[in-house]
Design a protein. Structure first.
Length: 227
């Protein structure tokens, strides 16, 4: 299974500000070991993460790939950061990527504490890559809870409401200097097919388009009503 889990927006705002600005958004929680905090806008089967620095000293000391990218990109201001793909067998994904000659972070255990004090846990996997203006690779996540159990717990605590479940991330548009080479590379990493400059996952599309700017990044996240 390869599905869009979430897209990451690098922010200078607080979670509380995002809650006021974006309908259906809730405070996610803090990543104490990374010095970050987030707000989340859920859709039917994926979500947007607004990731902010809470403790700059801790963040600067972190060796986490996502935090390094966050600190690098925030120098140029807020904006879309990267894409996370949900998988069922993250260790098998790691083995496949390594067998194809890629160097990975290995599977990383992660967690965040919610405002209620509940600790939500998951595993992450990154492909090693220097932080630069080049497009960051997608990263992978496997949640501790099965998908439906996690969604039900989010309904019960009020995070996932009817409004959220009426939304769907229809496509993620990535601007790069060479769409053809990037779509081929990502299709191989994700072990999926592609057509023209588009990868179709079971719950969204990833579209590569030509970029005239210096930095190759996720540029547009289209959200539509699904009901």
């Amino acid at each position: 299974m390869m599905e869009l889990d979430h897209v990451v927006y690098f922010s200078n705002q607080s979670p509380e500000e995002h809650v006021l600005e974006h309908k259906g958004t809730s405070i996610g929680g803090r990543h104490k070991n990374w010095g970050t905090i987030n707000a989340l806008t859920y859709t039917k089967n994926s979500y947007i993460e607004y990731l902010s620095v809470e403790n700059i000293d801790v963040a600067k000391q972190s060796n986490h790939p996502l935090i390094k990218l966050l600190l690098n990109d925030l120098k140029d201001g807020e904006g879309w950061g990267t894409i996370c793909v949900r998988v069922n067998q993250i260790h098998e994904v790691n083995e496949r990527l390594c067998s194809e000659g890629l160097v990975t972070s290995g599977v990383i255990d992660a967690e965040r504490e919610t405002t209620s004090g509940f600790v939500r846990k998951w595993k992450m996997l990154f492909i090693e890559q220097d932080v630069s203006d080049e497009l960051p690779y997608p990263f992978f996540i496997e949640w501790e809870e099965p998908f439906e159990e996690r969604m039900q717990s989010l309904r019960e605590d009020g995070t996932l409401q009817a409004y959220n479940e009426s939304l769907l991330i229809s496509q993620c548009v990535i601007a790069v200097k060479d769409p053809t080479s990037h779509v081929k590379e990502w299709a191989k990493i994700l072990n999926v097919n592609y057509e023209n400059h588009t990868i179709v996952l079971s719950n969204t599309k990833i579209v590569f388009q030509h970029n005239k700017e210096a930095k190759d990044r996720l540029k547009i996240v289209d959200i539509v009503k699904c009901n």
